[in-house]
Ligand binder design. Structure first.
Ligand code: HEM
Length: 394
């Protein structure tokens, strides 16, 4: 709980801090990287260039400060951040560094308006959130038997295959033949590579699209060069990493996983967003799930769908599976709707279902809005946003 002195100061200054949010977080990253340049290896320089990470951090801090005590709002945000941090091996000591630069940045951007009392109130709010995150992360690390800050696992690329237009399936095995770490379908791993163009290491998260007993598979989409640093790691995986090469890999993390309740399941994806829901589909097949399962996917064409033959095979193996496609280009021998995904075209909705969304933000926003309008409870709509969660932050 915030102290009784801090709460009114936070409430009174929230609008002005929010108004200067982008400037504060922009200033914060610049300040922190000047003092601690090694942290540039940890942060995605593509997201820094686009400002998305600043937006996500700002969204989280304001979201938390303005919803203190409303756990139904703060819980999912904190869990998502904690999982992302765990996948990157963030340590408690780093919270001191981040806190110092964040509070100093609020002071430097707001100038004289930021009195000592105001800054210490924000410091208190920061540490309230930080201690909560540190505790969550400690629990997740413990479950994973992973020490924050430990060396990452070394994994070897054992196969590499084209998996649809612009996507590459990369198969990984532990280099020392130790068992794979526990993984829940829908989760992701962080992969760290040297990026010579930046003179830095960079980490990226990739959902596992499949996991067998001793092999994990990530499916990586090539990013177009005009998207600037966005494809730094993905394109290196495509172009320079070969079978036999080693990768540094963090622990599996993420809370986008199938809920235990035996409700119908909608797996809704677009483009490369198919990867985590494909892993869930494999789980449902392996469990011989009796649930009603609707796998709905939007893409340009069937040729562009990553692991398309595998999707068909998995759907055939389900007792109550229904496949629905929305394609830009009509395909012979394949029933599909055209244009954007519109679930109304499937007839009556199973409102008491769990919905799992992954794809571009505009796709997820449109689906979520429509589902809410149909009366689906928000807690039954689960999503995975690739990159900083500007979706949840909004
Ligand atoms: C109260 C403190 C903190 C808050 C509120 C916070 C918030 C966030 C948020 C909202 C994200 C985006 C998550 C997503 O949606 O993907 C994120 C990611 C991240 N955070 Fe934190 N964070 C905090 C502390 C830290 C600390 C101490 C570090 C360590 C230096 C850190 C490093 C990172 C990194 C490296 C990412 C991934 C971003 C990227 O790939 O560029 N964070 N954090």
């Amino acid at each position: 709980m915030l102290s009784k002195d801090a709460l009114p100061l936070i409430q009174a200054t929230l609008p002005v801090v929010k108004e200067h949010g982008a400037a504060i977080t922009g200033h914060f990253y610049q300040r922190m990287f000047t003092h601690q340049p090694e942290l540039k290896n940890l942060f995605n320089m593509g997201n820094q260039a686009s400002g998305d990470q600043a937006q996500a951090l700002a969204g989280a801090v304001y979201g938390y400060a303005s919803n203190l005590g409303r756990t139904e709002i703060t819980e999912p945000i904190l869990n998502r951040i904690a999982h992302k941090h765990v996948s990157l091996g963030i340590t408690p000591a780093q919270y001191t560094i981040v806190g110092r630069h964040l509070i100093a940045s609020i002071g430097e951007v707001l100038g004289e308006a930021a009195t000592n009392e105001i800054l210490s109130a924000w410091d208190e709010a920061y540490w309230l959130m930080a201690t909560d995150l540190i505790a969550r992360e400690a629990r997740i690390y413990q479950e994973l038997a992973w020490q924050a800050g430990q060396d990452w696992d070394e994994m070897t690329i054992v196969d590499k295959q084209q998996a649809g237009d612009g996507a590459m399936a990369i198969y990984l095995r532990t280099s020392d033949a130790s068992p794979l770490r526990p993984f829940r379908p829908g989760q992701y791993i962080s992969v760290e590579l040297d990026v010579p163009a930046l003179g830095l290491n960079q980490c990226r998260q990739y959902s596992l699209s499949h996991a067998a007993q001793d092999v994990w598979r990530i499916t990586v989409k090539r990013e177009q060069p005009q998207q600037g640093p966005a494809g730094n790691v993905s394109n290196l995986l495509h172009d320079t990493k070969q079978i036999g090469d080693k990768l540094r890999v963090g622990p599996p993390a993420g809370e986008f996983v199938l809920q235990a309740e035996a409700r119908p399941v909608y797996l809704l994806s677009a483009g490369i967003g198919i990867t985590p829901v494909l892993a869930m589909l494999h789980q449902l097949v392996a469990e011989q799930s009796p649930r009603k399962i609707i796998f709905a996917h939007a893409n340009q064409s069937t040729a562009a769908i990553a692991h398309w033959p595998e999707v068909i095979e998995a759907m055939d193996a389900l007792e109550h599976g229904e496949l629905a496609l929305w394609l830009d280009e009509p395909t012979r021998n394949c029933a599909a709707f055209t244009g954007r995904m519109d679930l109304a075209q499937l007839g009556a909705l199973h409102a008491q279902a769990d919905f799992y969304l992954c794809g571009p933000l505009a796709f997820m926003a449109a689906q979520r809005q429509w589902l809410l309008a149909q009366g689906v409870p928000a807690q039954n709509i689960h999503y995975e946003a690739f990159g900083p969660d500007v979706f949840g932050a909004a």
